[in-house]
Design a protein around this ligand. Structure first.
Ligand code: ATP
Length: 229
C-alpha cells in the first residue's frame, strides 16, 4: 500500500524555486533512498514532507491524507518521524528527557528504545551534549522512533561520523528494516551502504525527479551520470 505519494511537487524559498517537479512514492515497509548531488533538493523535499516548508503545487499525500493543509506538528501526529540533518537533540536535557519529549503512544517507549539501543540505556541520565557523535545520532533516531512513526525519514544520518560509528548506524537501519518493517526514507552519500539497505531509489537533479527505480536497476552508468562528481 502506498504510504507517501508525491506528484509534480514544487517549492520555493521566497522567490527562489528549489523544487520543480518531484515525483515518487513510498510503500508500507519499504526503504527508499533519496539521492542526488549536493544542492539538488533532497533536504528541501524532506522539509516539505515534514511541513517545515510549504509546497506550492502538486500532490503531497500521506496515508491517503492531503498533507498540504497541515502544519508540521500535525504531520508528526499522522506518523512521520524525522531524524534531521545535524541530529539536533536538546543539548541540555538528559537522554531520557530527550526521548520522553517526543513520546507518543505505541510500540516504542523508553523501555523498548533502551532495549534496541543498549548504549542509550547506559547513558540514560547523561546530558545529550556530553554524548559522542554516534550516541547523539542514536538518540536522534530514538527520539524519532518515540513518535511511533509509520514513516521514518533519515537525513544524512551517518554524516560526520567515524567509519566504525557509521557502520553502527547502518546496522541500526538494517535492524529497523528487518525487525520492524517500518517504511524508511533515507538520504545519504554512501552509495555502497544504500545499495545494501534500500529497496528502491529516487534521484533528484535540479529539484526534479531524474530517475526512479529498484536498487538493482541502478547501474553504475546511472550513478556516474547523476551522482558522479
Ligand atoms: P545537500 O546534499 O548539499 O544537503 P540537497 O540535495 O539537500 O543538498 P537542498 O538543501 O534541498 O539540497 O537545496 C536545494 C536548493 O535550494 C539549492 O539550490 C539550495 O541552494 C537552495 N536552498 C536550500 N535551503 C535554502 C534556504 N533556506 N534559502 C534559500 N535557498 C535554499
Amino acid at each position: 500500500m502506498t504510504l507517501l505519494k508525491i506528484e509534480n511537487l514544487t517549492a520555493f524559498y521566497g522567490a527562489s524555486q528549489a523544487l520543480f517537479d518531484v515525483n515518487f512514492t513510498i510503500n508500507e515497509g519499504e526503504v527508499l533512498a533519496l539521492m542526488g548531488r549536493n544542492g539538488m533538493g533532497k533536504t528541501t523535499t524532506i522539509s516539505t514532507i515534514c511541513r517545515m516548508l510549504k509546497h506550492r503545487d502538486g500532490v503531497l499525500e500521506f496515508a491517503g491524507q492531503d498533507l498540504g493543509k497541515l502544519p508540521s506538528h500535525k504531520a508528526a501526529q499522522l506518523g512521520i518521524g524525522l531524524v534531521p540533518e545535524g541530529r539536533r537533540c536538546f543539548p541540555n536535557l538528559t537522554v531520557e528527557e530527550n526521548l520522553i519529549a517526543t513520546a507518543r503512544p505505541g510500540h516504542w517507549t523508553t523501555k523498548t528504545i533502551g532495549a534496541f539501543f543498549p548504549r542509550l540505556t547506559e547513558r540514560r541520565s547523561q546530558m545529550a551534549n556530553t554524548l559522542s557523535g554516534g550516541e547523539q545520532q542514536m538518540l536522534a533516531i530514538g527520539r524519532a522512533l518515540m513518535t511511533n512513526p509509520r514513516l521514518l525519514i533519515l537525513d544524512e544520518a551517518t554524516e560526520g561520523l567515524a567509519p566504525v560509528v557509521r557502520q553502527e548506524i547502518w546496522a541500526v537501519i538494517h535492524r529497523l528494516k528487518t525487525e520492524t518493517g517500518l517504511a524508511i526514507l533515507v538520504v545519504d552519500k554512501t552509495l555502497r551502504e544504500l545499495r545494501q539497505v534500500a529497496d528502491r531509489a529516487v534521484i533528484l537533479e535540479k529539484g526534479s525527479t531524474a530517475w526512479m527505480g529498484s536498487m538493482t536497476d541502478l547501474t553504475t552508468d546511472l550513478t556516474d551520470k547523476y551522482l558522479g562528481v
